[in-house]
Design a protein. Sequence first.
Length: 277
Amino acid sequence: MSLDYRYCNKMIDDFEKVVKNPIKTKSKVFYTGVDLGTACVVIAVLDEEFKPVAGAYKYADVVRDGMVVDYVGAVQIVKELKEKIEKQLETELIYAAAAIPPGTDELDSGAIRNVVMAAGFELSNVLDEPTAANELLKMTNGAVVDIGGGTTGISVLKDKKVVYVTDEPTGGTHFSLVVAGAYSKSFEEAEKYKRDVKNHKELLVVLKPVVEKVSSIILRAVKGHDIDEIALVGGTSCLSGIEEIVEKYTKIKTTKPKNPMFVTPLGIALSCKQEEM
């Protein structure tokens, strides 16, 4: 049975609306998710009923391959987005949850934790990115694949429980390098060109070998696990038609929600608690 994206897509729809028009509410508590991505930093805020009320994001180069490379810059961006939302909601945001690429707990979760706390939040939870995404997807048996800017994180689920996680250093950055080479563009120009939906059809041909590399990573991760479906999330999954190449390569049903970029930050917000870790 295919994954039912109705709840997920409704949350994404609502989140996209509140990014433009935040909802001032008398909610007693707020659940905040901070997603420090390689290409983009996103903050999602939910009210006491776990409905999106505000959000903000900024494209940035403070994280590379899942590692914080510009600590001061990362703190500044999170603080800036936090203050912007607090001004919009006329309230203070206290608790936040964050996520890290799978398997990087000992390497860099400390830096991500410190960024969130240095920006003024009390940290209430830290989980891996694809597992956070599944807070929104509600997958039972399958693989959640978070194709971010620097890495591809995979969580394999059996009966709603995570049975395996892995992270590989292949993501949107590598897609952009291929685009830059193919079109003689700078990396920054390639990033912008890649984000424009109008270019996706022609880009799919150019990027097919990289998408197949990601597909081979997924196939290795799910080997030995009897899964029903692959769900693609993360900013790089926004590439139109990427799911078709993955499905053809893996021979496993592959789907994605309406806007894969916002699944993980919303999932992180859903995992936020009203107490410090």
